[in-house]
Design a protein around this ligand. Structure first.
Ligand code: ADP
Ligand code: MG
Length: 475
């Protein structure tokens, strides 16, 4: 009953089936952890509560490395906390071997990005700590910890303190401490993000080796990451989260053989496919082959009044377009990021912004400059501002609304708060502020409005002089 097409394309823009992939999860009967319709809300100071995760079904199956991929703020850590029982879903239920997680004896470990070691304990004592907490006898505790330190390449460092170690070594301690309890599921939240490139790469391959050699009794690994290549390098299955609120955009198996080659065709195809899903947050990927996942569709049916403005500066958009033009008008986003030594989280908002403004399109993981984008990149700065203004006013509802309001009001000024209230209905308070900050940066640059930061008011450009009290006008 497995279908052939895999990560399917977006409704109005087809994605070529990526090689080396297969449909999403198998039936969830044998799942170690199964989440059904889990949602998460956070209370707000105002009476609105903000939904961070929309109803989601997700299963962790034995034998798999499952990567949860998504931009920052999409709810990856929130999801991890719910799946590990660290936090309670606001709705829905998480099951551990079929039993509600709160009533079950779960056996999981979590590795965090920030190492989270006890600074006053030695390496050995840090690794022993979870065993001690589980009541393991001193001798057994010591023996198991020493063996685990050996496994992760830390023999000889037992009596060092965390502060004496490099970041890579500290994360090794983090792994040893997580693995020493022989967790059935090992959870990791961006475990390599705080490390330098080389160290991260080493640790990744070592982890994979441990896993493949079945050195550890761990049955599944759940890896949270915002790094596409990391996911494609390690995972047997990848789930991509979209944000606002968090929801599953696609869920598929990766069938590339190990060791995976970053430069191989299958690898880059898959990276491109995922880039594509991530760069088109407004389109929903086709029905995933797996029909057991009603959750992910929830958000797409919801009417989003305001687009999510990517948090990027107009100067960034200009820089990207100029670079793209330089490269002949089209380039692989993955290569662009590589050339710029950018992380996806840094490049994507700029690509998103340029796309939102109609300056470029994204197809098959390539960014292609449009006629409008070419004109923009070729223009001098004043003309660029004009082109940006036209594009922003026609594509961005919020900017259009602010401009209209300013033109309509007799004194040509409107308080920021008026628009923040509108945004608050759709975004979390924090996000509404960030949206406003971006809108202000774009609007000021394009001279759609002025912003009086002292009074927190928008002002129509040119209207400022008129607004001066008559008495002060000496001419
Ligand atoms: P990720 O790990 O993907 O970066 P998180 O799960 O940390 O995302 O956060 C998802 C969203 O939930 C973000 O918008 C974040 O601001 C919000 N959020 C997380 N924790 C809380 C909290 N305790 N209260 C309110 N909002 C929160
Ligand atoms: Mg996180």
């Amino acid at each position: 009953m497995q279908e052939t097409a895999i990560p399917n394309g977006a409704a109005n823009q087809s994605v070529g089936p990526a090689a080396g992939t297969a449909p999403g999860p198998k039936p969830a009967s044998e799942a170690i952890i199964r989440a059904e319709g889990i949602e998460k809300y956070y209370a707000q100071p105002s009476e609105n509560r903000i939904q961070v995760i929309s109803a989601t079904d997700l299963s962790i199956l034995p034998g798999e490395i499952l990567a949860l991929l998504g931009p920052s703020g999409s709810g990856k850590s929130t999801m991890l906390r719910m799946l590990t029982g660290l936090s309670c879903p606001s709705a829905g239920q998480v099951y551990w071997h079929g039993k509600p997680i709160a009533e079950a004896e779960i056996n999981v470990s979590i590795v965090f990005q920030s190492f989270a070691l006890f600074p006053w304990l030695t390496v050995l004592e840090n690794v022993e700590a979870p065993l001690q907490a589980r009541g393991v006898e001193r001798e057994a505790r010591r023996a198991r910890s020493m063996k685990m330190l050996d496994t992760v390449g830390l023999d000889g460092f037992e009596s060092a303190y965390p502060k004496e170690l490099s970041g890579g070594m500290r994360q090794r301690v983090g792994f040893a401490r997580a693995l020493v309890v022989e967790p059935e599921v090992l959870f990791m939240d961006e475990p390599f993000s705080a490390l330098d490139v080389l160290t991260a790469e080493n640790l990744r391959s070592e982890l994979l080796e441990l896993w493949q050699k079945k050195t550890m009794p761990t049955k599944a690994i759940f890896l949270v990451t915002h790094n596409i290549e990391e996911a494609v390098l390690l995972a047997d299955r990848i789930i991509v989260l979209g944000r606002n609120p968090g929801h599953i955009r696609t869920d598929f198996r990766v069938q590339l053989p190990h060791p995976r080659e970053r430069k191989s065709e299958g690898f880059t195809q898959l990276v491109d496919y995922i880039y594509k899903v991530l760069t088109r947050p407004d389109v929903s990927p086709d029905e995933a082959p797996d029909h057991q996942h009603p959750g992910p569709r929830v958000r797409d049916q919801r009417q989003m009044k305001y687009q999510m403005l990517p948090h990027s500066r107009p100067g960034g958009v200009a820089g990207l377009l100029e670079l793209l033009l330089d490269k002949g008008g089209r380039d692989d986003i993955y290569r662009l990021a590589d050339d710029l030594a950018f992380e996806i989280d840094d490049l994507l908002p700029i690509v998103d912004a340029a796309q939102l403004l109609g300056f470029l399109t994204v197809e098959e993981g390539d960014a292609a400059i449009t006629a409008g984008g070419t004109e923009f990149a070729n223009s001098e700065i004043l003309r660029q501002k004009e082109l940006f203004r036209d594009a922003a006013v026609s594509h961005v509802l919020l900017l259009r609304q602010i401009r209209r309001a300013l033109e309509t009001k007799s004194d040509h000024t409107v308080p920021e708060e008026f628009f923040l209230d509108l945004l608050d209905e759709q975004f979390s308070e924090e996000e509404a502020l960030r949206q406003m900050e971006t809108a202000i940066a774009w609007g000021r640059y394009a001279e759609i409005f002025d912003f009086d930061a002292g009074r927190r008011r928008f002002v129509l450009p040119d209207a400022q002089e008129e607004a001066v009290a008559p008495g002060e006008d000496t001419e």
